[in-house]
Design a protein around this ligand. Structure first.
Ligand SMILES: CC(=[NH2+])C(=O)[O-]
Length: 127
């Protein structure tokens, strides 16, 4: 059965989608960009801050589903400039234990919603 996950501690969707959907113990998050959930404003001050803002939103979504980063099995990272790869890795990596970090792909794309520099989505498993 499909359950919609919503939290006010992560950015509201900016289109026709939900923050996350849970199905059969799997949580699928939408791609998160750096929007402050309290103000609705984008936070693109630095790539480090942007990545951290995203991870905080993802943490809030996981938490709403009674999960945490240890449950994440797959991540997708979309970036506007591969030159930011190292800086994004540093922030992203601080949320995971190296030994149990999820599978992942990182791709550079031509453009992201709101002209963000990074967007991250996750798949987590409850089991
Ligand atoms: C930001 C996002 N997830 C979207 O689909 O526009």
């Amino acid at each position: 059965m499909k359950k919609i996950i919503k939290t006010k501690h992560a950015a509201s969707p900016i289109g026709p989608y939900n923050q996350a959907v849970m199905v059969n113990g799997f949580l699928y998050t939408s791609g998160q960009i750096a929007i402050n959930p309290n103000t609705g404003e984008t936070e693109f001050d630095s790539i480090e801050h942007e990545t951290n803002r995203i991870m905080k939103s993802l943490e809030a979504i996981l938490s709403k589903a009674k999960l945490d980063f240890s449950h994440v099995i797959k991540a997708s990272i979309f970036i506007s400039d591969m030159d930011n790869f190292t800086k994004i890795n540093e922030i992203y990596g601080s949320y995971f234990d190296d030994e149990t970090a999820p599978a992942r792909e990182t791709v550079q794309v031509a453009r992201l919603p709101k002209d963000a520099n990074v967007e991250i989505s996750l798949i987590a498993f409850q089991g």
